[in-house]
Write a protein that binds this ligand. Structure first.
Ligand code: G6P
Length: 604
């Protein structure tokens, strides 16, 4: 975050960082220029600690930069917190991302006598800017980044030029907010919204020169760049908790609305699907030979659903790959294929790299993302936005469900164009999709039953999730939710795999959650349930409202309203989101900001 203007910078930076805390929160700091004096205040721990330090001992000054950190190089500590300064204390930098050649740079600088005070890669940037400084911060920064390699966003101030901030974007996100006689910099738009809705997105390889009078953009090669302002139309209130104790619970309850928004205007009465920003060339879909789906985390679990749905409907092979694996493989991606990169933020470094690889190999790239203007969205050929609204809780919920909805729409659009879908099939699916907001609302209405169950599971150390096909995809997501916020060890596996090893871990009372929505494999999965029951597991089933048999097999049943089986993941994940939430709440964890994690992982 950066600020240059007439007002006191520190409170503006703290407020902005609060809205960016989802990106990292293990330490925080600010550097403020007060005339020719540059002062740094930083501390390990959450932003609140830094805010307290500043309240006790305020820093005056109207130009400043701030940072909230998610450690990559060097443990969370006061020393490793940003900003970092050069030895003279005249230059301060904050930095997101990774400087890949920092060790070589550090050795080179140390060889000339530099002394480092942190273990970070970022600190070398302050030294480099200082070494290059001959009176112009813009030129010094430009030369400094010319020596650094990596993916990063960098913001720099100098006591020699109070009132000026220089920033560079090299892959990691960076936006400029333009106010009246004041300018803001941030790594995401919510930080700017209390002050301005006029935003300029900085592109890769650009450097921006900020003063209270405005922001000037250039390429790193020195060519001036003209870029208009974008007006942000969404409300800052959307990014606040709205009466719920946690953003996660609020976001879980926003799902009916988010699904409705994602569907709005995209289904025609006659059964057609309109995806405004998908423009496949003529004949492309008919000749499509393979679809690649790539993503990380929750988005990857949405990808597992995409594979089942698209392959099932289109009979086209769909490969789903973790982006961090795909990018280092030599995959058989080529022209004639479509790559669907799924990412809530559109900024996950691994997903971007895998998407770029696919494009380099001639694949068409479709971005299924929640963030308009994100890096992924700007690099893709086709766009399918999920319209979930800003998601603040680290554990993804509404973004996941809207990703699924996007996938159904995509499958329908592709299926129609390929001419492989029967009329009845399309009608059933469309009718089912239209019911989803109401169905999810109904599933949410049963939160109290989930809460009671959660109290029991909260006492356990391990929990297992099983299912087959689409139910396995849901089990994966349910298990991820559980471990990321409740810190209960959890694993998901295909129901048939349990007996090949993991069953050894099931003892009296071990909770085993079985997702059971698919008719074709129902009996087989019941056998797996019986196997764990015979080992005295505590069995919990997620099953349809009209499943009259399940009560005979499972000790506890979380019921979901009926929809066509292909759409089952949408209602089925809801009780599992709630289960994870209430287990975490019972155990008293920091639900919105679980330890060691970040909302958006913009480093490798
Ligand atoms: C992080 C988050 C996860 C998220 C994953 C992918 O690990 O903690 O919740 O699923 O990144 O994020 P993306 O923005 O690409 O969907």
């Amino acid at each position: 975050m950066g600020y240059a203007g007439p007002r006191a910078a520190a409170p503006i930076l703290i407020d902005g960082l609060r809205r960016l805390e989802y990106r990292g929160y293990d330490s925080a700091g600010v550097a403020i220029c007060d005339g020719p004096r540059l002062a740094v205040r930083k501390a390990e721990g959450k932003l609140a600690r830094l805010a307290e330090l500043l309240e006790d001992d305020p820093l005056p000054g109207t130009t400043g930069i701030g940072h909230t950190r998610w450690a990559t190089h060097g443990v969370p500590s006061d020393q490793n917190a940003h900003p970092h300064t050069d030895p003279s204390g005249e230059i301060a930098v904050v930095h997101n991302g990774i400087i890949e050649n920092y060790l070589a740079l550090r050795e080179e600088l140390a060889g000339r006598g530099a002394v480092f005070t942190s273990e970070t890669d970022s600190e070398v940037l302050a030294h480099l800017v200082a070494e290059e400084y001959t009176g112009d911060l813009l030129e010094a920064t430009r030369r400094a980044v010319g020596r650094a390699r990596g993916a990063y966003a960098l913001v720099v101030v100098s006591s020699r030029e109070p009132g000026r901030i220089v920033a560079v974007r090299m892959i990691s996100p960076l936006v400029v907010g333009v106010g009246d006689g004041e300018v803001f910099l941030a790594s995401d738009i919510p930080a700017l919204l209390p002050h301005t809705r006029d935003v300029m997105v900085v592109d890769n390889g650009e450097i921006v020169d900020v003063t209270p009078a405005g922001a000037r953009l250039q390429t790193l090669a020195g060519e001036a760049v003209q870029r208009g302002l974008l007006e942000v139309t969404w409300d800052v209130g959307q990014a606040e908790k709205g009466g719920y104790p946690h953003f996660m619970l609020k976001e879980i309850h926003e799902q009916p609305r988010a699904i409705g928004d994602t569907l709005t205007g995209r289904i025609l009465d006659g059964g057609g699907v309109v995806l405004d920003e998908v423009h496949f060339p003529p004949g492309f879909v008919r000749s499509l030979d393979r679809i690649w789906v790539t993503a990380c985390g929750t988005a990857f679990h949405a990808g597992l659903v995409a594979k089942e749905v698209i392959e099932g409907l289109l009979r086209v092979p769909v490969e789903v790959a973790y982006a961090h694996e795909l990018r280092y493989r030599d995959p058989l991606i080529g022209p004639g294929s479509l790559t669907v990169a799924i990412s809530q933020s559109g900024e996950t470094a691994d997903t971007l790299a895998a998407a770029r690889l696919a494009r380099e190999r001639g694949s068409r790239l479709l971005a299924l993302t929640n963030v308009v203007g994100s890096t992924l969205s700007r690099e893709a050929d086709d766009l399918l936005y999920t319209r979930a609204g800003p998601e603040i809780a680290v554990a993804s919920t509404k973004a996941y469900l809207t990703m699924l909805v996007g996938e159904y729409l995509l499958a329908l659009a592709l299926g129609r164009e390929r001419g492989v879908l029967g009329r009845e099939e399309v009608e059933d699916l469309i009718a089912g999709l239209r019911t989803l907001p109401r169905v999810v609302e109904e599933a949410l209405g049963r939160a109290d039953e989930v809460r009671v169950l959660a109290e029991r599971i909260a006492e356990r150390d391990d929990v297992y999730f099983i299912g087959r096909g689409l139910d396995y995809a849901v089990a994966m997501e349910g298990s991820l939710k559980m471990k990321e916020i409740s810190y209960v060890h959890s694993e998901a596996m295909p129901a048939g795999e349990l007996k090949h090893g993991t069953l050894a871990l099931v003892t009296e009372g071990t909770p085993v959650v079985v997702v059971l929505t698919q008719g074709a494999t129902y009996d087989k999965t019941i056998s797996a349930l019986q196997e764990v029951k015979a080992r005295r597991a505590f069995t919990v089933a997620v099953a349809w409202d009209d499943d009259d048999d399940i009560g005979k097999h499972a000790e506890a049943v979380l019921r979901i309203p009926r929809v066509p089986e292909l759409l089952a993941p949408v209602p089925a994940v809801v009780p599992l989101q709630l289960l994870a939430y209430y287990v975490a709440a019972t155990r008293g964890h920091d639900i919105d900001q679980p330890r060691n994690l970040a909302k958006s992982v913009t480093v490798e």
